[in-house]
Design a protein around this ligand. Structure first.
Ligand code: NAP
Ligand code: MG
Length: 403
């Protein structure tokens, strides 16, 4: 059998723990037997990030900018506990996803993988709902304080030109809490562009919601920037028959629940954090959630939404065969291969990505699945829990039949 030839390499970002184990299994069993895989490899495993003083993360992000498409394995973001677990760490390195996101200036889109035998909790949801979360500013880059006595708080902006602007926040007669938040017009604009571009790429309607009736200037700016940017995408939207729709966040929540899905819901940073957990839980499982970072220039990085599945890794280290779900990681690979194929005009690669996804769906439909999914299937559907290796082998058999 001739392997599919690639032209431009993918940026491959390896990661940590159980997902690193799955990564290798997926490559060995499902990709390299069929594709003459070309990648620029960056090891974002925690220890290698430490050895390179995190330069490898920056290099991987820059390579993504250069080559246009990346696929990333889940990685450990060190915390205090990890500093004890890995005493060789010289610093509590920042989240690689945060670093990559700020270099690519991207927006994260999260969508569930739907299967016939698992129905969402919301019974009218038939199609995936994609959450686009703005990943800069607001409460995540805010300052807050507690005060004990009566008094007043003001907010002052000091312009580089020397001009000042001061507002009274509130006068209080006792203890109080305060918060100062901001966002940048540039960041809001790239968020809007990434959303419109993604809607075009995936041919889905785009919804955007804020609370501009209350935060007239703050959220009003988001609404205004989206309206301005939409002008540049309007013609393409009309051509594709898709729509852009703005509404208040509370109205959006009600409409989302009543909808049948199949659209992108763009949210401000906090709303996106909260709503993505609501949407992913209602669809079933974090292990079935894909995530893609899209930059305003179209650069894309695909990954799974879940973490490194530490608990399973420790079982794996003890020699236990785990039943960790590789679906989201496989779909990160198919997403990246499909995109690379589209950009380079390699139809065979695009077809292969589709065949691998179909092989996954056929395996699940046959009732062969990892433990996490067995507990979620509809009543009456017969499913057997298998190990990750057995699940991947069953996908391989079905994929081979298509080649
Ligand atoms: P996690 O790795 O997502 O796992 C949490 C739990 O969810 C697991 O213990 C498991 O439950 C279940 N789960 C998640 N993915 C699964 C899968 N593919 N198959 C089966 N079950 C799955 O989150 P965490 O344990 O909080 O974080 C572990 C590490 O991941 C942390 O160091 C964190 O920094 C990192 N992280 C990385 C990313 C990223 O790179 N994108 C994102 C989030 C977290 P059971 O144990 O009940 O089976
Ligand atoms: Mg969260």
């Amino acid at each position: 059998m001739n392997k599919i030839q690639m032209v431009t390499p993918l940026v491959e970002m390896d990661g940590d723990e159980m997902t690193r184990i799955l990564w290798q299994m997926i490559k060995d069993q499902l990709i390299t037997p069929f594709v003459d895989l070309k990648t620029e490899y960056y090891d974002l495993g925690l220890l290698h990030r430490n050895e390179t003083k995190d330069q490898v993360t920056v290099d991987a992000a820059n390579a993504t900018k250069r080559l246009g498409v990346a696929v990333k394995c889940a990685t450990i973001t060190p915390n205090k506990q990890r500093m004890v677990e890995y005493p060789q760490l010289t610093e509590m390195w920042k989240s690689p996803n945060g670093t990559i996101r700020s270099i690519l200036d991207g927006t994260v889109f999260r969508a569930p993988i739907l299967i016939d035998c698992i129905h969402p909790v919301v019974k009218n949801w038939k199609l995936p709902i994609t959450i686009a979360r703005h990943a800069y500013g607001d409460v995540y880059k805010s300052v807050d304080m507690y005060t004990t006595e009566p008094g007043e708080c003001t907010m002052t902006f000091k312009g580089a030109s020397g001009e000042e602007k001061t507002l009274l926040v509130q006068k209080v007669d006792g203890p109080a809490v305060w918060q100062g938040a901001h966002n940048k017009e540039k960041s809001i604009r790239s968020f809007a562009r990434a959303c419109f571009q993604y809607a075009i790429d995936t041919r889905q309607d785009l919804w955007f919601s804020t609370k501009d009736t209350i935060a007239k200037i703050y959220d009003g700016e988001f609404k205004k920037v989206f309206e301005e940017e939409f002008e540049n995408y309007k013609a393409k939207f009309e051509e594709l028959g898709i729509t852009y729709f703005y509404t208040l966040i509370d109205d959006a929540v009600a409409r989302v629940i009543r909808s049948k899905g199949g659209f992108i819901w763009a949210c401000k940073n906090y709303d996106g954090d909260v709503m993505s957990d609501m949407v992913s839980t209602a669809f079933g499982s974090l292990a079935m959630m894909t995530s893609v970072l899209v930059a305003p220039d179209g650069t894309t990085e695909y990954e799974a939404a879940h973490g490194t599945v530490t608990k399973h890794y420790y079982k794996h280290l003890k020699g236990e065969a785990t039943s960790t779900n590789p679906m989201a990681t496989i779909f990160a690979w198919t997403g990246a291969l499909r995109k690379r194929g589209q950009l380079d005009g390699i139809d065979e690669l695009v077809t292969f990505a589709g065949q691998l996804e179909e092989a996954c769906f056929e395996t699940l439909s046959a009732g062969i699945m990892t433990k996490d999914l067995v507990g979620l299937v509809d009543e009456g559907f017969e499913a057997t829990a298998v190990t990750s290796a057995e699940f991947i082998a069953a996908i391989r058999t079905r994929l081979e039949a298509k080649r």
